[in-house]
Design a protein around this ligand. Structure first.
Ligand code: NAD
Length: 310
């Protein structure tokens, strides 16, 4: 199959590219390298079935590029991913994530693509009433980032109704693994890993009881690969484990994997941080035949080994 991956030089996108090439597909990446890195595509670059286009997803030329490549499926992962950055500059967030997504969908439609697989976020659930959050839970955007991700979901549904462009939305919980950047606030696993391997201090905000649902990047990529078929057409699925891990537990696990002392500094909880989050993957089990396979200890070991080898 021929595919196009936006954000394919990033953490999740590049892992997906390697997986799709490994499955024998032809893959073009569109990425402006604003947070992505050529290094993530070192293996892919050696394949005759791969091409990289260093381009902003908002560019007018995207449509021509897609019409030339004629992908059957577009995996749309390019985005501004920081909640804090979205609060600081909601206009920039909307330009990248809303305008960018509309440009990708319009280009996919005009190039005759069959389907778009979209990376959404658990941020769209706001402060959920029940945990693990069921797949059919109400959405409640409480940040510009959540609003922009949710608007992408609405545009997908609209493009399907108006033009018959198929889609699957994958609502990702806290993804971790090799290639995740320790910069910014998003990847607490990579932040802890980087600091603990350097012997730098680590910080846990609040009393350490805040929980998140950590899902390994290879498992997430498996979800994308499955959604590239006709499975899950017109549906949205949570990709998470349903299991909550506290910040304190996570620190101890990463410290153990890194062979470092488990002695975080505690600082006051940050305004707006959710006390708990986990999502129910049951609909993805039923609709995609997907389930998370990697337990946290195994995934953390792989992540620390990768960080150590850099
Ligand atoms: N990492 C997580 O835990 C998580 C959780 C929920 C959702 N997501 C979503 O998954 C997707 C991938 O996230 P990631 O963690 O791999 O982040 P990432 O920052 O590593 O990847 C994003 C990629 O998009 C590219 N990009 C950004 N703006 C662009 C633009 N205007 N034009 C072209 N390329 C652009 C960046 O250069 C980068 O390569 C995002 O859509 C994100 O919102 C991630």
């Amino acid at each position: 199959m021929r595919l196009l991956v936006t954000g394919g030089a990033g953490f999740i996108g590049s892992t997906l590219v390697d997986r799709l090439l490994g499955d024998g597909h032809e893959v073009a990446v569109v990425d402006d390298l604003s947070s992505g890195d050529h290094k993530n595509l070192a293996a892919a670059a050696g394949s005759p079935r791969f091409q990289l286009h260093e381009l902003d997803i908002r560019a007018a030329v995207l449509s021509g590029l897609m019409s030339e490549w004629r992908p059957e499926v577009v995996c749309h992962l390019a985005a501004q991913i920081s909640v804090r950055a979205s609060v600081a500059d909601p206009v920039r967030d909307a330009r990248l994530n809303v305008e960018g997504t509309v440009n990708v969908l319009e280009a996919a439609r005009s190039a005759g693509a069959r389907k778009v697989v979209y990376a959404s976020s658990v941020a769209v659930y706001g402060r959920p009433a029940a945990i693990p959050v069921p797949g059919d839970a109400a959405t409640d955007a409480r940040s510009p980032y959540a609003a922009s991700k949710l608007s992408g979901e609405i545009y997908l549904s609209m493009f399907r109704a108006l033009h018959g462009l198929e889609y699957t939305t994958l609502v990702l919980s806290n993804v971790y693994g090799p290639r995740q950047s320790p910069e910014g606030e998003a990847g607490v696993v990579s932040i802890f890993t980087d600091a603990l391997l350097r012997g730098s201090p680590t910080v846990v905000y609040g009393d350490g009881s805040q929980t998140r649902d950590y899902v390994f990047v290879d498992d997430v990529v498996e979800g994308f690969a499955r959604a590239c078929s006709s499975r899950g057409d017109g549906r949205r699925f949570n990709l998470g484990t349903g299991t909550q891990t506290t910040d304190r537990e996570l620190h101890a696990l990463v410290a153990g994997a890194a062979g470092a002392a488990d002695e975080p500094r505690f600082e006051p909880a940050r305004l707006g941080d959710l006390p708990a989050m986990a999502v129910d993957p049951a609909p993805a089990v039923e609709g995609l035949g997907w389930r998370p396979r990697t337990d946290l200890a195994t995934g953390l070991k792989a992540t620390v080994e990768w960080a150590r080898s850099r």
